[in-house]
Design a protein around this ligand. Structure first.
Ligand code: ZN
Length: 238
């Protein structure tokens, strides 16, 4: 029996699905976010809005939802500066990676999260990494995470697990997972409160949520939502 889970939580669609997944599965769930000098405070605001609405809409989850932790990793942000953290444009690099790729980001996140989880007595890390139709970030691959899990287990002498419930889901299926976990109430929270857009745009509420509608994150989110709707808003059980 697990002692509980720490969810890497950005306030986006994917990590919100992960948070719901963990709340359904574990008796104690805490969240961690990283301030690495993001351009947009809107992401930090979205985190609290999502946590608050989840707790109000799902009393069974509210009793399991523990504290939120925000870790300052701006020193890493300064090293890893890319379009995520500065004003550079979003494009493909000659390595075949989007310019939003922050080298080593998930490895750093997981190392910090593992240290925090150890201090908090939690033995599961939950992250929204996904290989299926994401942009090919090498640190989102399950192989990378398996290696990271081994390194953390050895280095912390703790039976830490890295769970990635979205790893093999399409973006459409991630909407279906949210519906399976929390019904249309969780879909509505995901649409209205989560933030995915790279530009920090909130603007007008679209069927799939807020965002500029043209950055890669918005396009992925919109296409996933529309595909899920055209397939009949099916549940995708965890
Ligand atoms: Zn956008």
């Amino acid at each position: 029996m697990s002692s509980g889970a720490l969810v890497l939580f950005s306030g986006g669609q994917d990590s919100t699905a992960c948070l719901a997944w963990a709340l359904e599965r574990y008796g104690r769930v805490e969240t961690v976010g990283f301030d690495y000098g993001q351009r947009h405070a809107v992401e930090l605001i979205a985190r609290q809005a999502v946590r608050g609405r989840l707790a109000r809409a799902f009393p069974d989850w509210a009793v399991k939802l523990g504290p939120d932790h925000m870790l300052d990793i701006r020193a890493f942000g300064a090293i890893a500066e890319t379009a995520m953290t500065s004003e550079r444009t979003i494009e493909m690099t000659d390595r075949g990676l989007p310019s939003t790729f922050v080298p080593g980001r998930n490895l750093v996140f997981l190392t910090y999260a593992a240290a925090l989880a150890d201090r908090r007595g939690l033995d599961v890390l939950v992250g929204g990494m996904c290989e299926t139709d994401f942009s090919g970030y090498p640190d989102c691959r399950r192989d990378t995470l398996d290696a990271m899990q081994s390194a953390l287990r050895l280095g912390l002498a703790r039976d830490l697990m890295i769970e990635t419930p979205l790893m093999w889901l399409t973006k459409a299926e991630t909407w279906g997972l949210a519906k399976a976990l929390g019904g249309e109430a969780l879909v509505a929270i995901t649409v209205e409160e989560t933030h995915t857009c790279y530009t920090g745009e909130r603007g007008i509420l679209q069927a799939w949520g807020y965002g500029c509608g043209s950055c890669p994150a918005c396009q992925l989110r919109q296409r996933g939502f529309e595909s899920w709707v055209s397939d009949g808003r099916l549940d995708v059980p965890a």
